[in-house]
Design a protein around this ligand. Structure first.
Ligand code: NAI
Length: 259
C-alpha cells in the first residue's frame, strides 16, 4: 500500500488526553489511540481502573499514564492539564468523553438531577474544552478536540430531557469553538453515537424495553465501542485536517427511524 495512505491514521509522536477513561468508550478509545501510536493520558476519578488500564496498554506495547480528573471541578481540570503539559510538553488530541446518563419523566426531574447532568455533560465538557484550547494554542501548533455528543442531541425521545439538552449544547459548542479556534489550527469536531453497550446503559439495553429499542435501529443491533474507532481515528489524525465543526453520527442508522 502507498505510504501516504497507509499512514493516514498514524498517531506516532502525538499525545492524547482522554476524559472518562476508566470505563466504556473512553477506556476503549485509550487502547485504540495507543495502538495507533499515541502516548495516552487516561483521566477519570476512579484511580484503580485507570491504573489497570495503563498497565494493560503498556503490556500491549503502548505508551500510557494516568491523571485524576473530575470534569465538574475547574481546579481538578486545570491541575490535570497542567500536569499533562509538564510531563509531555504538549497535548495534540483531547477526547472530551466523560458523561453521565439521565432518565425520567421531565415532570419529575429534580433541580439536583438537572444540575448533575448539565454540570458533567455540558459544563464539564466546556471546562475540558477550554483547557484543551489553551494548551493547544499556547505553542501555535494547534490540535484536535473531539467531543463525544449523542444522537439525542440531534433528535429526541421521551425521558431524557436534561441529557438531550446537554448533548445538544455540546454539539453546538463544537461548532462555536471550531469557528473561534480555527485561527489557532485547533480542529473541533464531535462524534454522536447511537446506542453503544457500556456501563451507562447496559441494564436498560438488556431489558425488554431495550430490546424494543434495538428493533427500531435499521441495522437491528446495538453498537460496541469499537464501532466508533473509525470516526475517532479519522478526527484524531491528519486524515481529517480539513474538517472542523463537524459531527459524525455513528448509530446503525437509528436517526433515520423512530427513536
Ligand atoms: P461509561 O459510564 O462507561 O463511561 C463514562 C465515563 O465518564 C466513566 O468513566 C465515568 O467514570 C466518567 N465520568 C462521569 N462523571 C465524571 C466526572 N465528573 N469526571 C470525570 N469522569 C467522569 O459510559 P460510556 O457509554 O462510555 O459514555 C461515554 C460518553 O459517551 C458519555 O459522554 C456518554 O454520554 C456518551 N454516549 C454514550 C452512548 C452509549 O450508548 N453508551 C451514546 C451516546 C453518547
Amino acid at each position: 500500500m502507498n505510504t501516504r495512505v497507509s499512514s493516514l491514521f498514524d498517531l506516532s509522536g502525538k499525545t492524547a488526553l482522554v476524559t472518562g477513561a476508566s470505563s466504556g468508550i473512553g477506556h476503549h478509545f485509550s487502547h485504540t489511540l495507543a495502538a495507533a501510536g499515541a502516548q495516552v493520558i487516561l483521566t477519570a476519578r476512579r484511580i484503580e481502573q485507570l491504573e489497570q488500564a495503563v498497565t494493560e496498554i503498556q503490556t500491549n506495547g503502548g505508551s500510557a499514564s494516568w491523571l485524576k480528573l473530575d470534569v465538574t471541578n475547574q481546579a481538578s481540570v486545570e491541575a490535570a492539564f497542567s500536569n499533562a503539559m509538564t510531563q509531555y510538553s504538549r497535548i495534540d488530541i483531547v477526547i472530551n468523553n466523560a458523561g453521565i446518563a439521565s432518565g425520567g419523566n421531565a415532570l419529575d426531574v429534580t433541580e439536583k438531577h438537572w444540575d448533575d447532568v448539565i454540570s458533567t455533560n455540558l459544563k464539564g465538557a466546556w471546562l475540558v474544552a477550554q483547557q484543551a484550547g489553551r494548551c493547544m494554542s499556547a505553542d501555535g501548533k494547534g490540535g484536535s478536540l473531539i467531543n463525544i455528543a449523542s444522537i439525542l442531541g440531534i433528535r429526541v425521545m421521551g425521558g431524557v430531557a436534561p441529557y438531550a439538552a446537554a448533548k445538544a449544547g455540546l454539539d453546538h459548542l463544537t461548532r462555536a469553538l471550531a469557528y473561534e479556534w480555527a485561527r489557532f489550527d485547533i480542529r473541533v469536531n464531535a462524534i454522536a453515537p447511537g446506542y453503544v453497550v457500556t456501563d451507562i446503559n447496559r441494564d436498560y439495553l438488556n431489558s425488554p424495553q431495550g430490546d424494543k429499542a434495538r428493533k427500531r435501529i435499521p441495522q437491528k443491533r446495538f453498537g460496541r465501542p469499537e464501532h466508533l474507532d473509525g470516526a475517532m481515528l479519522l478526527l484524531a489524525s491528519g486524515a481529517s485536517s480539513y474538517m472542523t465543526g463537524s459531527t459524525i453520527v455513528v448509530d446503525g442508522g437509528h436517526l433515520q427511524s423512530s427513536m
